[in-house]
Design a protein around this ligand. Sequence first.
Ligand code: BGC
Length: 759
Amino acid sequence: MKLSKIVIASCLVLTGFGASAQKAARDAKMDAYINKLMAKMTIDEKIGQLNLPSIGFDVTGPILSQGVEGKIEKGMVGGVFNTYTPNAVRKLQELAIKKTRLKIPLLFGYDVIHGHRTIFPIPLGLSASWDMPLIQKTARAAADEATADGLNWVFSPMVDIARDPRWGRVAEGGGEDTWLGSQIAIAMVKGYQGEKNDLRREDAVLACVKHFALYGAAEAGRDYNTVDMSMRKMTETYLPAYKAAVDAGVATVMSSFNEINGVPAAANHWLLTDLLRNQWGFNGMVATDYTAIMELKNHGMGDDAQVAKLALVAGNDMDMVSDLFIGELKKLVQAKKLDVKYIDLACRRVLESKYKLGLFDDPYRNISEDRAKNNIMNAEKLALAKEAAEKSMVLLKNDNSTLPLKSGQKIAFVGPMVKNQRDLIGNWSGAGDWKKAVSFWDALQAQYPSNKFTYAKGANILDDQALIDKLNPHDAQIVLDSKSPADLIKEAVNNAKDADVVVAMLGEAFGMSGEAASRSDIGLPVNQQNLLKALRETGKPIVLVLMNGRPLTLQWEHDNTAAILETWFPGTKAGDAIADVLFGKYNPSGKLTMTFPRSVGQVPIYYNAKSTGRPVSDQKYTSKYLDIPNTPLYPFGHGLSYTTFGYSDVKLSKTSIRNGERLQASVTLSNTGKYDGEETVQLYIRDMVGSVTRPLKELKGFQKIYLKAGESKTVTFNVSTDDLKFYDINMKYTTEPGDFKLFIGSSSADVKEADFKLL
Ligand code: BGC
């Protein structure tokens, strides 16, 4: 015990993060209100506030959240999740308000991850838009729909930096980069909680940044797996995105399932109290992840009583689904094994969250059928869904301007995604109705009714029914085609032979990414590869349109197709957006936020790696593979357009600066192609010499520039010496004088560079 205290103390000094804006003056009125309320509360009522059961369904086998209504009436519930609609929420809230002694309202949480009823692209897709105002708008729209449906708390944003595409939950986050991930975290918190962070507005929700912390670094990309990481790596790379959400005023935090250097996050006092609260100044509420307290027993942290105490003392305020706070805490206090002050503190934080939402004044927050009818899936939201879907798509390759398609062409559309609806809205779209999603085929028929298009399914998404059933146990909709795999391929090949161009729409079933969806092989399913190989034999140009929740390995596909468009899971307006992109009504502008490897053997792979002492070269004893290059198939920041963009050399306003000064770096960007289009101009910096090794490149800025065909524009970045700061050998966040390289370009691997000095 003593030893861990010492280690913890040194970590605290080392992390070097400043206290956040949350450490503002306390709200005296709120304090007075809650003091008065808590003075009336029994210990049972206080512990009841810490309980967060699921009502609706359970994911981990046995139905854990039994008899929730009864518990609400007894004051044994502080909030519930997995219930929505004005009626269902009102019914439960009435139980709390009318049946309990102190009439304390409930929180209503839900996994609103990429839209509530109107579903936007999966977060990894949204991040590829590099469009922060757009991302903020999607979160705002989601909050508006969620509150109209009675919710007041969303379990989002998920800001886990992830560099291992085997991990299925990469679909839920903003990719591999710390700086970009932090911008996204801020945009989403502002979207959910409102620009002014006024949580009393009827359309604002408590956001919940998750999964704190480092969940994206699970060993071997296997979900829930161990995380063991140096303090430097977590401080530089993995923690800043959570910190950015805290600084943006996020109201709640979810502690993660994984262990961190030997202590599970849900029991990690250093993480949840020393770092999050004491150092970062977070003053909101922490909830555990689903049954995470119970899972501490599997981690080997003790019995029910021990793990309940550990979790509370570590800094969790609400127990999601384990029922161990309500089961154990009172007994622990009675046995003098737990100081009641921990219960008081957690209860206060839960009540504060309710107070901030204005629930004590209006527990129903103006929920009404009318508001739900007007606000949910209205024209404005659907238009936003289409815009977001278009802007998230990434053109990975386009030989000989195969895309956009020309409407007079004879086109064979092939693949399990062409008529698909079920998968379009992706994972974590709980309240989204896939039957309302626009399939590509329907969009096509609506827009081009008299064209020479043929359709053949060509393949099932997977040929393994048992695996399909496992992917999403709550959904029995996906069944194998009655035709044999060979017959499906034959039919597709026949269509292809008659066509000018073949569009193969392939990918993952939505359940192949997301939670508990790790894959060791991240290629297209083998049966779909077989289809593609057969199509290749026809010699027709192939456009591959992908739908998937993670970077895939696509070397064969890259070598054997003319064009590849990554659409992720595009959401409710998927079909319309894909049709507009394929036929050139929208010129694709998305850029990857996660590296696509050549082979899974390169994983983890990310653009801002270090040099090593033996950088790759033709020499034998250098850092490389014998069988493949070190470079990825598609690097971070990559994404083509139907037009072409030219970059001039980089001009610097000066070649040396002093601390506190700025320099301007500019390029002339020219649209040198035939289409109007948008380019994301990226700025990277490298610190050439440091007291610790520095990455080869780090993203420090970007600008989205729209240019008409033939137009040029000077794009200028203001670089400040804050952009040059890093955690030095003493973990002090500072600059060190010396040489720097600055890069501006179209992706992390396609840049122009210039040198400057920090004096
Ligand atoms: C996931 C969380 C989610 C929670 C509640 C967990 O299994 O890890 O991301 O918010 O369930 O549904």
